[in-house]
Write a protein that binds this ligand. Structure first.
Ligand code: URA
Length: 295
């Protein structure tokens, strides 16, 4: 019995394909689609195979146009620190002692206690311009945790981390790993939005990051992914070039830490998505995850 595919499914497939291409995965194959080719879609008035072929053709044309425009744009040396100019750390950052293991069933309550302790925080100057204290999002028992820099305007408005454009890309990265956003834990180095989305000052980051360390110790993710140089700096305790930190596993508070680019940076320089995907694959290997089947 022929089964029509709805337009939303087509669009979801095309979006996924675009995302993999954005990540630099360009070799696609499709499993034998004879049965799909035979499906007639009454709404489209043609077969699924014809519709997909046209969509892939349109996609390819867009990719070619983007490549052409990139070729005509003067090449700039990628500046890996463009997203986070100067982190003025002179002294090594002191990480608090590792906290005791909290049983899985008590982790939500333990996190709530940390949130309560933060309260309506005025410990640093960032409180003056914020609307929300952006604590975290996700599972208190996550095996994977992402750490960003600090809330932006959307996060400040909604009170949740990574809900703007960079968050959309982070969601895509999470789903490319075969996970759901609700399965991971997401937090930032600072919990209040820096004015104009500037990099947090060391005083602000050092004041706030002990709470992040406590969140990490409660959740006890097997793997942490530091998104960008600010997260890497304040987790690892010293500023180092991102290029030298990426591509390997760091030991961190009894967990594994992987450093990759911040999604906001990837939005500005999508050519680096391939590199970010390579970093995420290291995280997946640590977690024993396989990428969901493409096709
Ligand atoms: N950038 C971050 O570093 N964190 C967020 O929550 C949003 C954007």
């Amino acid at each position: 019995m022929p089964r029509p595919l709805d337009p939303a499914t087509y669009e979801a497939l095309a979006e996924r394909l675009r995302f993999y291409r954005d990540l630099g995965l360009t070799d696609f194959y499709r499993r034998d689609v004879e049965s799909a080719a035979a499906i007639d879609d009454p709404e489209l008035g043609r077969s699924v195979a014809e519709e997909l072929a046209e969509r892939e053709g349109l996609l390819q044309a867009a990719i070619d146009a983007a490549a052409q425009s990139a070729a005509e744009t003067p090449v700039q040396q990628p500046n890996f620190f463009a997203e986070e100019p100067a982190i003025k750390t002179r002294k090594p950052i002191q990480a608090p002692e590792i906290g005791a293991v909290v049983p899985a069933e008590d982790r939500a309550a333990a996190l709530q206690m940390i949130r309560d302790e933060i309260g309506d925080c005025t410990r640093c100057a960032l409180h003056k311009g914020r609307n929300s204290v952006v604590f975290a999002d996700g599972s208190p028992t996550a095996r994977l945790m992402f750490v960003g820099e600090g809330p932006g305007a959307d996060e400040d408005a909604q009170g949740l981390p990574f809900v703007g454009r960079a968050g959309q890309l982070l969601n895509n990265m999470i789903s490319a790993m075969g996970l759901k956003r609700e399965e991971v834990y997401i937090a930032n180095v600072v919990k209040c939005r820096p004015p104009g989305n500037r990099t947090p000052e060391p005083e602000e980051a050092n004041t706030c990051s002990p709470f992040l360390f406590r969140q990490i110790d409660v959740v006890r993710p097997q793997v942490l992914v530091a998104l960008g140089a600010t997260a890497a700096t304040y987790l690892l305790g010293a500023r180092q070039p991102l290029a030298g930190l990426r591509g390997r596993v760091h030991a961190f508070r009894g967990r594994s830490l992987i450093v990759t680019y911040h999604p906001a940076f990837l939005l500005r320089d999508p050519r680096q998505k391939k590199e970010a995907w390579a970093d995420l694959q290291i995280a997946m290997k640590e977690l024993g995850l396989k990428a969901p089947a493409r096709g």
